[in-house]
Ligand binder design. Sequence first.
Ligand SMILES: Nc1ncnc2c1ncn2[C@@H]1O[C@H](COP(=O)(O)OP(=O)(O)OP(=O)(O)O)[C@@H](O)[C@H]1O
Ligand SMILES: [Mg+2]
Length: 250
Amino acid sequence: MLLELNDLSIRYGRVQAIEALNLTVGEGEIVTVLGSNGAGKSSLLRAILGITPVSAGRIAFDGANITRSATPQRIAGGIALVPEGRRILINQTIRENLLLGATARGAVGDLEPELAAIYDLFPNLAERRDMAASCLSGGEQQMLAIGRALLAKPRLMMLDEPSLGLSPKVVDQIFDLFKRLNADGLSILLVEQNTGKALSVADRGYVLERGRLAVSGSPQELRADERLMRAYLGGGAGGTGGAAPEHAIS
Ligand SMILES: Nc1ncnc2c1ncn2[C@@H]1O[C@H](COP(=O)(O)OP(=O)(O)OP(=O)(O)O)[C@@H](O)[C@H]1O
Ligand SMILES: [Mg+2]
């Protein structure tokens, strides 16, 4: 297993954000974590990166116990996060934002070849590399956040609601990208409220309900669960499911 969580719990004072969760991501898998607002999805990703402390349980990455490792060590070890809300530095240039990903893994030396590879992937970013990131659309900012994470050279890329606020067309583009990156060997842990899109690319999914595992399984199994789809995932079986963004910003 690339990532293995055993009985993981996260609490903020009296709030139990995640309770005794067992979850795995195999090498080469796309795994999605679904659940409504406040289910604990962001807390989970932040704990895997070491930004949020765990209150109990164990996190193993590539067979090593990293439960108490510092965040820079986890990033250098191959875990990257594209955070909720993207967290782009809008007054910095696109290039500077990308380089933050390389800095995060402690990279030194000539980074131009790695930047060039990212520009190949995202021509929109290449054209404006020396402009402030504020000139980018929402979709382009999401691509910048993904490019920044890729410069950390991850083996596991975690994404926290990458589709939020983006038009269906842009969502299709970034999900196509996930498929291509995955085909090239990248393992992905994808948190989404857009259930339909997430299940269309995932190998397996976990559904969280107020910090607890409600159900896990293949996309087919999850889609077939009528009660679940209605109660937590905003749609019936067979529908596209998921929350369509009401206000597309790009
Ligand atoms: N820093 C914090 N301090 C206290 N409570 C927090 C903190 N961060 C999150 N929580 C609480 O933990 C629970 C899980 O929050 P979390 O943000 O992980 O959920 P989520 O599934 O990502 O939700 P959303 O879909 O809204 O992003 C919620 O009850 C939330 O209020
Ligand atoms: Mg969240």
